[in-house]
Ligand binder design. Structure first.
Ligand code: ATP
Length: 273
């Protein structure tokens, strides 16, 4: 388990002989056990076998140089890609054992996604966009309960008064907040955020990160966020650093300066913390 308090740690524990790394063993919201991904019959190793356990109610940043395996890790953890080795458990459910339909349902109901491009549907209202995961899951849109859940999620991101607008009537930051409401509306086990502030100016990025932090602190959500930005990582409880497909470092309660220092080291080719 991650520790809430304690000294900063750069050290990670390796899997003997595999180069994988673990912040901590155990279950919780998300657990990767020896998850690896290769391409071209093993010629390209995007992710070496990796262990990672994320307890509920944590905000975790995944960082590392370009090509280090961040997206690969995220895609495997979120059930968007099938790893070539190891297992992923979401709330204890091993997703590799699920058939495609069950995996789709798990992704829809237990996982939230926030991407750099928010992918809102322009022809739907803001409220309808937020309700979309519920509707796709078979919710009855006419009984009021779906609309109420969407309204609560929208209010939680401060956009309760924009429910009837179209996404194009909102600013980029507001659209990203709608995307966060949409990710949270199903009360997922884990929210995966891939560069959620990559397209935003610093002030707007600040607001979006504060919302994700609030989702963790106030509502007990779990967020795993890929980011290149040390200032974004500083909002997290933990930062894990990848280099050449391996977890090579971790920071507890990271601050931007220490994150910068690790990234500088990794940029110079140092892969051992
Ligand atoms: N479909 C694929 N076929 C072959 N190699 C791939 C494929 N997808 C990813 N890779 C390789 O796997 C490695 C990790 O890629 P990944 O996209 O996970 O890195 P990343 O850290 O997310 O990079 P970035 O920060 O630039 O988005 C890279 O060397 C990449 O070229």
């Amino acid at each position: 388990m991650f520790r809430r308090r304690g000294p900063a740690r750069l050290a990670t524990t390796g899997r003997a002989g595999s180069g994988g790394s673990a912040l901590a063993p155990g279950g919780g919201a998300l657990a990767l056990d020896g998850v690896g991904r290769t391409y071209r019959g093993g010629a390209v190793v995007a992710l070496h076998p990796t262990d990672l356990a994320v307890p509920r109610g944590r905000f975790v940043a995944v960082m590392g140089p370009s090509g280090s395996g961040k997206s690969t890790l995220l895609q495997c953890a979120a059930g968007l890609d099938r790893p070539t080795s190891g297992s992923v458990r979401v709330e204890g459910v091993e997703i590799g054992s699920l058939k495609e339909a069950a995996l789709t349902r798990l992704r829809r109901e237990r996982i939230g996604f926030v991407f750099q491009a928010h992918n809102l549907v322009p022809s739907l209202s803001v409220a309808e966009n937020v309700a979309l995961p519920l509707m796709l899951g078979g919710a009855d849109g006419t009984d009021g309960a779906t609309a109420r859940r969407a309204a609560v999620a929208l209010a939680s991101v401060g956009l309760g008064d924009r429910a009837d607008d179209r996404p194009t009537e909102l600013s980029g930051g507001q659209q990203q907040r709608v995307a966060i409401a949409r990710a949270l509306v199903t009360d997922p086990a884990v929210v995966f955020a891939d560069e959620p502030t990559g397209a935003l100016d610093p002030a707007t990025a600040h607001d979006v990160l504060a919302l994700l932090r609030q989702a963790v602190d106030q509502d007990g959500h779990t967020v795993v966020m890929v980011t290149h930005d040390p200032a974004a990582a500083a909002w997290c409880d933990e930062a894990v650093f990848l280099a050449q497909g391996r977890v090579v470092a971790a920071l507890h309660r990271p601050d931007a300066e220490r994150v910068h220092a690790v990234m500088r080291r990794l940029g110079r080719g140092a892969v051992a913390a």
